[in-house]
Design a protein around this ligand. Structure first.
Ligand SMILES: Cc1cc2nc3c(=O)[nH]c(=O)nc-3n(C[C@H](O)[C@H](O)[C@H](O)COP(=O)(O)OP(=O)(O)OC[C@H]3O[C@@H](n4cnc5c(N)ncnc54)[C@H](O)[C@@H]3O)c2cc1C
Length: 444
């Protein structure tokens, strides 16, 4: 195993990588916040929650009091977790905590899980499991990430699955079971219908697992069953990798949606029965190891608080990320229903737009009308090469009075994200720097 994250954080690099200046057009004095101190509670200290907390403090010049409520003692990054699955990186490289945010920005941290939020005069009362007194505040930010829908067997009973789509114990469990795969074994991986967390993530995982098998178990293979009609991100690079690097040990089948799962005798082995989308036919695939990524919705607390619509995600105002169902509560990160991809870098960017808008609202100003976010994401395609995906997301009103963050190429402003011309070792090195920069910017 290697320790790849040697880097130095320069201001120029950070701004170039994260576009921190792009989203906020306001400077501290513009907010003019005065006593009494406004209080904001942030539910969830993940990529989006940590960022919004930091920038609420920074951009208000510490005029607002910010409390993060978070049940975990360590934040385990999903980003880079696919390289922990293949054993290339140590699990510890995924671990972050909130100590620098507390030290550098005076953010308060309450350990616990939010169970309810109720109106309290013009503000809110936030109940935290295990904490006697509710937290009282003026505004709430909900950033709980995602929850997973149950995966069912053929009599509609829930089946335990190994998704490793929330980094933590399942990540190392998948790593260990991959290492134990028989030399001629089959790993079956399923991809849920969009929207799901990290559009390129499943294809990235398929590639690095195929690379691992090629090097360590040349007789084994991976079968990828995708509920979507095609590769959902970086299609040129992933499809090229599927057909060239992994033509002999990776089978990619789009339009295969999980119908039910039949567990086998050994842990997380069994059969996956899929609908061939749009045909009325079904197919069955057996695996010595099943990596089922379930369909997803906003984190449970967003459902409990009545913030979500029938899609399972939380509709928001696009310039403020304020809930359209419960004004005064903002929803950011993967839980929000927007046209932005559900990704950590985008969560960081959306959090900055939200922080700026909240400070304007608290100072009786209107949110900035046309915010911009950007996204940069590197995807390892093997243990040595990576590709990337990038876009600028511009908030735009649509003719039907709806709104959208429209993805544009960073250079030519053509609509849609741009992917790397090809995968390279240089991109792999830059990926490590990008990851460390993003995480350090978010957690310090
Ligand atoms: C394998 C994989 C690879 C990925 N790779 C990339 C990548 O390369 N680039 C990229 O940009 N993104 C990537 N992502 C996506 C990225 O990890 C997520 O989009 C990002 O973490 C979302 O941030 P979030 O803050 O919405 O949720 P999270 O980061 O999941 O944080 C949510 C937090 O809320 C807390 N919480 C939940 N409920 C409560 C409650 N009731 N009370 C208090 N706290 C609560 C949780 O404990 C958690 O800490 C990847 C994801 C996966 C699975």
């Amino acid at each position: 195993m290697t320790s790849p994250f040697e880097f130095s954080l320069s201001r120029r690099h950070l701004l170039a990588s994260l576009g921190a200046g792009a989203v906020c057009a306001t400077t501290f004095p513009a907010f003019g916040l005065t006593a009494p101190v406004q209080k904001i509670v942030v539910i969830g200290g993940g990529m989006a929650g940590a960022t919004v907390a930091k920038y609420l403090r920074l951009w208000s010049n510490k005029a607002v009091e910010v409390t993060i409520v978070e049940p975990s003692t360590t934040y385990v990054s999903n980003i880079m977790s696919n390289l922990v699955v293949t054993g290339q990186y140590e699990p510890a490289l995924l671990n972050y905590n909130w100590s620098n945010l507390i030290k550098n920005h005076g953010i308060k941290l309450v350990k616990g899980s939010v169970s309810q939020v109720t109106a309290n005069g013009s503000g809110w009362s936030v109940s935290v499991t295990g904490v006697a007194a509710p937290l009282l505040c003026d505004r709430v930010v909900v950033a709980p990430g995602i929850s997973f829908d149950p995966v069912l067997d053929n009599i509609a009973q829930p089946v335990a699955v190994l998704h490793a789509w929330q980094a933590g114990p399942q990540t190392t469990q998948l790593r260990d079971l991959l290492a134990a795969l028989p030399p001629t074994g089959t790993l079956v991986m399923t991809i849920p219908p969009a929207p799901y967390r990290c559009p390129p993530g499943p294809y990235e995982r398929a590639c690095v697992i195929a690379d691992y098998l090629k090097r360590n178990k040349p007789g084994a293979r991976i079968v990828v069953l995708d509920a979507n009609p095609d590769v959902m991100a970086e299609p040129a690079n992933f499809k090229n990798a599927f057909s060239t690097l992994y033509g002999a040990n990776l089978v990619y089948l789009p339009g295969r949606k999980v119908k039910y799962v039949t567990s086998g005798i050994s842990p997380y082995s069994g059969k996956v029965t899929v609908d061939i989308v749009g045909t009325g036919f079904v197919e069955e695939y057996s695996g010595d190891l099943l990596n089922i990524i379930p369909t997803q919705r906003a984190g449970a607390i967003a459902q409990i608080l009545g913030l979500c619509d029938s899609t399972g995600f939380a509709p928001v105002n696009g310039v403020s990320f304020e809930s359209t169902l419960r004004p005064g509560i903002h929803v950011i990160g993967d839980a929000a229903k927007t046209s932005l991809p559900k990704a950590g870098h985008v969560g960081n960017q959306g959090a900055k737009i939200c922080a700026d808008a909240m400070l304007r609202i608290l100072s009786n100003q209107a949110p900035y009308a046309t915010p911009t976010a950007n996204s940069a994401c590197y995807s390892p395609l093997s243990s040595t090469v990576a590709s990337w995906l990038t876009a600028v997301y511009q908030y735009e009103q649509q003719p039907d009075s709806s709104w959208k963050y429209v993805a544009r190429d960073q250079i030519s402003t053509t609509t849609g994200p741009t992917e790397a011309a090809s995968a390279s070792t240089g991109n792999f090195t830059k990926m490590n720097t990008w990851y460390k920069t993003l995480m350090t910017e978010t957690y310090s």
